[in-house]
Every structure is written in structure tokens, then in C-alpha cells.
Design a protein around this ligand. Structure first.
Ligand SMILES: [Cu+2]
Length: 262
């Protein structure tokens, strides 16, 4: 609380600095990732700083957006709609998509945004992002590799992580493990208000950001302290290092939902 207030007070003068100091996260958000039945679902996709309800970056038209279920890919580019997302700092251009989930199993959503120019760091950032929605408690695809340039392969079911337990994954670059990858982790600390396309005004926890590394085999484990949504980003994990003559950070992002045990 105190930290959040402090940030917003100095944000006016030091926006560029603050923006650079926190982690960027591409969201693919829906409030519940384990559903009894399929049907319609709206995914919210702002590119922002969810731990601090910080800057919302204006997204360009994504390069790819699709889902995978039982190994079958469904293109969802025509479902993308431009929205505006509001944080405690600003309002920025984002996307949403209404999708229809058919049948049982895991739906893996993959968003490959167009590289974003981060002026404060003079680099481009491209966060290739995965999120998961299960229908009917039938596990099908969550442990598979999706063949992305930069990817975190989950070794723990990403939609049913135990709060107080751990999440383990492997950082991959074109399918090959990335040793000692730099990993940033952030909590969606300001609940996402999907009716109004904004974050809530007040944060929930005092330690919403963490930083770790993968080990020599590319594997990492994160102790998940609280129920809710955690984003995990492996920075610069992908093979592409340049875009339009500037440095590119091609990151792998995965979203997990942690749950309390009754
Ligand atoms: Cu940013």
C-alpha cells in the first residue's frame, strides 16, 4: 500500500524511470482458468506492469494469436478487437477476444505480439505469451511444447497451482533449454476489472515481484506464495536479438493460476 502510493506520487516526474524499473508483462487474462463446461469466454490482453498497476503500453497489431486443444491449432486473429486498458498510471491500447471453447480438455492460448519499442531502454520487446484454460478437468495439452521461438514449458499444471506450493518450468529457445535464464515474476496485484477494462485501485499484497534464474538445465522452480494470477517472463530467451536495427528482447511469458487448498 505504502509503496504503491509512493510510486504514483513520483510517477508524474519519473515515468520513464519507473517504467524501466518494473517488469513488462503481456497479459492473456480471464478470471477463471478451470471451467466445468465450454462456451464463450473473453480474454483481455493488455501489455502492462501488473504488479504496480503501472504503465499500459500501446500495442500494435499482433503477429499471431491462436489456440491449441488436443494438438489442433485454431487461428484466432479474426477475433481480436481493440480495447483501451486503464491502470493507475494511464490508459493504453490493448486487445480482447471473445472465443468459444468446445469440448473438454486444455485450451492453450498463444499470443505473439508485434515488437514494442520501449523508448526508455531504446530496445524492442516481444513477449511471446501463453495462458491456459481447462474445461471439464480433463488434462490434454498443458505439458506439451508448443514449438514457439521462446517458450516456458510447464512441469506443473499451470491452471491448478497450489498456493504455498511450487511451480516448475523449463525455459526454451526454439525447443532447446536456456541455462541461467533471467526470469521475472509478477502477481496481478490489482484485480482486473473485466467489465470496465481496468485494474482495481488498490493492490492486494506487498511483495508482488520476484526475480530468479533457471538452473544449468534451463529448469526453474518458484515458490508460489498466494492464490491468484502470476506471470512468469524469461527475458531475452528467444533467438531473435534485433528488430529494425535495434536490440530486441524476445521473451517467453507463461501465466499460472494458483489456488488455496481448503
Ligand atoms: Cu513498460
Amino acid at each position: 500500500m505504502k509503496k504503491v502510493l509512493f510510486c504514483s506520487v513520483i510517477a508524474a516526474g519519473l515515468t520513464a524511470f519507473i517504467t524501466g524499473a518494473q517488469a513488462h508483462f503481456q497479459l492473456i487474462y480471464t478470471p477463471e482458468t478451470m471451467l466445468e463446461k465450454g462456451g464463450k469466454l473473453t480474454l483481455k490482453m493488455p501489455f502492462t506492469h501488473p504488479a504496480e498497476s503501472g504503465h499500459v503500453m500501446d500495442m500494435g497489431i499482433p503477429e499471431e494469436f491462436y489456440s491449441i486443444r488436443k494438438g489442433k491449432k485454431t487461428d484466432l486473429m479474426d477475433k481480436l478487437k481493440i480495447i483501451e486498458w486503464t491502470s493507475n498510471e494511464n490508459t493504453g491500447k490493448a486487445y480482447e477476444a471473445e472465443v468459444k471453447l468446445r469440448g473438454l480438455g486444455d485450451n492453450v492460448f498463444v499470443l505473439k505480439p508485434t515488437p514494442f519499442y520501449e523508448a526508455s531502454e531504446d530496445i524492442y520487446i516481444q513477449q511471446i505469451t501463453k495462458s491456459y484454460v481447462n474445461v471439464g478437468d480433463l488434462p490434454t495439452d498443458w505439458s506439451e511444447v508448443q514449438g514457439l521461438k521462446a517458450e516456458i514449458r510447464p512441469l506443473t499444471k499451470p491452471y491448478n497451482v497450489i498456493a504455498g506450493g511450487t511451480f516448475t518450468g523449463v525455459v526454451l529457445s526454439e525447443g532447446k533449454p536456456v541455462p541461467f535464464a533471467e526470469i521475472e515474476i509478477e502477481y496481478i496485484n490489482f484485480p482486473a476489472d473485466i467489465e470496465n477494462n481496468k485494474f482495481a485501485d488498490v493492490g492486494m499484497i506487498s511483495s508482488p515481484s520476484h526475480a530468479i534464474r533457471s538452473d544449468a538445465s534451463g529448469t526453474f522452480t518458484f515458490g508460489v506464495p498466494k492464490a491468484g494470477f502470476w506471470g512468469i517472463a524469461a527475458l531475452g530467451a528467444g533467438p531473435d536479438t534485433e528488430h529494425e536495427g535495434k536490440e530486441l528482447s524476445q521473451d517467453a511469458v507463461i501465466w499460472i493460476q494458483a489456488r488455496d487448498v481448503d
